[in-house]
Design a protein around this ligand. Structure first.
Ligand SMILES: Cc1cc2nc3c(=O)[nH]c(=O)nc-3n(C[C@H](O)[C@H](O)[C@H](O)COP(=O)(O)OP(=O)(O)OC[C@H]3O[C@@H](n4cnc5c(N)ncnc54)[C@H](O)[C@@H]3O)c2cc1C
Length: 309
């Protein structure tokens, strides 16, 4: 590794290459985060590892822990803000997990690396209702469970009955009763790797669900910069009846820019980036928004996106 990387990887008893090779885990080294995130910014990450079985995922977590290597779960990167500098960590992606989606009556068990919009569409086509509002959320199922993703009056937590996770290096099955969710909050830590979830749906009608999904997509296209590089809403709403986007909009901040980062003129809670943007630009714009909101309203806006430094 080049001199700009710190000590973590130099002092490891085993190299990352050795660890991944020994476990037969496919791994890509020194990957640019701009290719792994929807904001299309961020520096190089040391490694992205793609275990293809739950057992390999658990063994990888154990090996990284034993070697003191920092790691994070990576979904589709649609809620991530990655620093500009080198990221000395391993991202574990479950896109290659070969577990199939299993439908069983009104229940579906789905691997974490699966696409949430794809799942929603498949359920709708089978006459399974309960996920329609989540159709426009562009992440993975694992990312949605971690973030308790929600939209249009739906939250994924409302239908979760169980989650399989790697916790402390072990495969653990957690029933819903053991899991406490809140607005954009789940009980999972940054060191829990969600492997799959089982959802309880209702009997519905494919045509009705399809129409509902189309309506949500239409509303999105009219009110959000759906084709720009973004991570969706930057900030959580401070209260259920007070949208962060409305506060920022009323402060007249739409269209303000720092470097290649701009507060979307379409939706004030979205920061969009151009090809020249750096993460530092986005962070500076976030700070500017927070300062103004603090000054004028005395409200401390909390980030909805996850920051990797
Ligand atoms: C255009 C746009 C619109 C959006 N609209 C919405 C919306 O309406 N509602 C909403 O809630 N969100 C929205 N988002 C944000 C984002 O899509 C969701 O938060 C999504 O659930 C993140 O999933 P992901 O796979 O991309 O996760 P990532 O961005 O990859 O990761 C997010 C966090 O989850 C963790 N994580 C990911 N996978 C796992 C796993 N398997 N196990 C444990 N932790 C994991 C990561 O470590 C990270 O901390 C939007 C984003 C965009 C770009």
């Amino acid at each position: 590794m080049s001199g700009s990387w710190g000590n973590v990887f130099w002092s490891m008893p085993k190299s990352l290459e050795q660890i991944c090779a020994a476990l037969k885990v496919n791994a890509h080294f020194r990957q640019p985060m701009r290719r792994l995130t929807s904001l299309r910014i961020g520096g190089e990450i040391a490694c992205v590892a793609y275990p293809d079985t739950p057992e390999k995922a658990a063994a990888l977590v154990r090996a990284l822990r034993e070697n003191n290597v920092p790691w994070s779960p990576l979904g589709y990167g649609t809620n991530l803000l990655a620093a500009d500098g080198p990221l000395e960590r391993v991202a574990i992606s479950l896109r290659a997990l070969a577990t199939p989606v299993r439908f069983d009556g009104l229940r579906v068990t789905v691997p974490a690396g699966y696409s949430l919009p794809r799942l929603v569409n498949q359920c709708a086509e089978r006459g399974l209702s309960g996920l329609e509002g989540l159709a426009p959320i562009p992440g993975s199922v694992g990312g949605a469970v971690k973030m308790n993703a929600g939209a249009h009056g739906y939250e994924i937590a409302d239908v979760i009955v169980a989650v399989d996770v790697v916790r402390d290096g072990q495969l653990v099955a957690l029933p819903r009763e053991a899991l406490h969710f809140a607005y954009r909050q789940s009980p999972f830590t940054t060191q829990d790797l969600i492997l799959s979830t089982t959802l309880q749906l209702r009997s519905g009608n494919a045509g009705t669900s399809r129409a509902e999904i189309a309506e949500y997509r239409r509303r999105r296209a009219a009110t959000q910069p759906v084709n720009a590089n973004s991570a969706g809403c930057m900030f959580k709403n401070p209260r259920p009846d007070l949208a962060a986007g409305r506060i920022i909009d009323e402060l007249g901040m739409k269209g303000e820019s720092i470097g290649g980062a701009t507060i979307s003129p379409v939706h004030a809670n979205f920061i969009v980036t151009d090809g020249k943007a750096r993460t530092a630009d986005v962070l500076a714009l976030i700070e500017r928004i927070r300062e103004r909101v603090r000054e004028v309203h005395g409200i401390e806006l909390e980030l909805e996106v996850e920051v990797w430094e």
